[in-house]
Ligand binder design. Structure first.
Ligand code: MN
Length: 253
């Protein structure tokens, strides 16, 4: 029996996760474990300083009062302990997860956790447009998962998939793009005259060819393979000047 664990960061009652579960149910035994409320931009956050509660909503659907990372942990480490999932699928997120934004993304972080637990995973995000629909992403999810389940997958496979709002013109394996404009801070005053802030702003992107953002702007499904090694490999030797200067630390107390 092939088993799929589905989670997300938009919450267990979101439309995207419901359509994803429906799309994958013909392919495998699907278990849904997802946050009880929206956890978008929760990143790879793990809850360690308070107890977590899991609630059964339907036969194979459970909510957790925590983050997507908590959900994957509780599912793999407890609920599905004796019959672990063959694949973890996170989404379908309402909105793209492109470029450096994957570090904020709860959707993608759920798959980071799957990777740490040794389970291949897939994150799915649907670009938002005026006439929004999860349907293109749900269709793509079914096709991609069907292919993946028939393949010999590496345990650390993580594919970050973004589906364009425009009609799909193709599929591209991409690298992460870069944001050229980050959030701005909006300052306001409360009724007591005290300052408060909103982190806001519309991101702008460097649409370099070969990136996830470029593919999505071209109407292509973007598939970015990710890993968790954040080391800068452009040349560890380029830091020799630093180790030379720090030589005095040796033998220090
Ligand atoms: Mn979200």
């Amino acid at each position: 029996m092939t088993r799929i664990l589905i989670t997300n960061d938009d919450g267990v009652f979101s439309e995207g996760i419901k359509l994803l579960a429906e799309a994958l149910e013909p392919l495998a035994e699907v278990t849904v474990v997802a946050p009880d409320r929206e956890q978008s931009a929760s990143g790879h956050s793990l809850t360690l300083h308070r107890p977590l509660r899991m609630r059964q909503i339907e036969e194979r659907t459970f909510s957790v009062d925590g983050t997507p990372t908590d959900c994957v942990n509780l599912a793999v480490g407890w609920l599905m302990k004796d019959a672990p999932p063959d694949l973890v699928v996170s989404g379908i997120n309402f909105g793209s997860n492109l470029g450096e934004d994957v570090t904020y993304s709860g959707t993608v972080s759920a798959t980071f956790e799957a990777m740490l637990l040794g389970i291949p995973s897939l994150a799915l995000s649907q670009e938002v447009s005026e006439h929004f629909s999860f349907e293109p992403a749900a269709r793509a999810a079914r096709t991609i998962v069907e292919i993946l389940l028939g393949a010999d997958l590496a345990a650390d496979l993580l594919l970050n998939v973004n589906i364009p709002a425009a009609p799909i013109s193709g599929v591209r394996v991409t690298k992460l793009g870069r944001r050229t404009y980050s959030q701005s801070v909006v300052e306001k005053k409360d009724p007591h005259g005290r300052r408060y802030f909103w982190i806001a702003g519309t991101p702008e992107w460097d649409a370099e060819e070969g990136t996830d953002i470029y593919a999505v702007t071209q109407g292509q499904v973007s598939i970015t393979p990710l890993h968790l090694d954040l080391t800068d490999y452009r040349g560890l030797e380029s830091y020799d000047w630093l180790t030379a200067k720090l030589g005095g630390l040796a033998g220090g107390r």
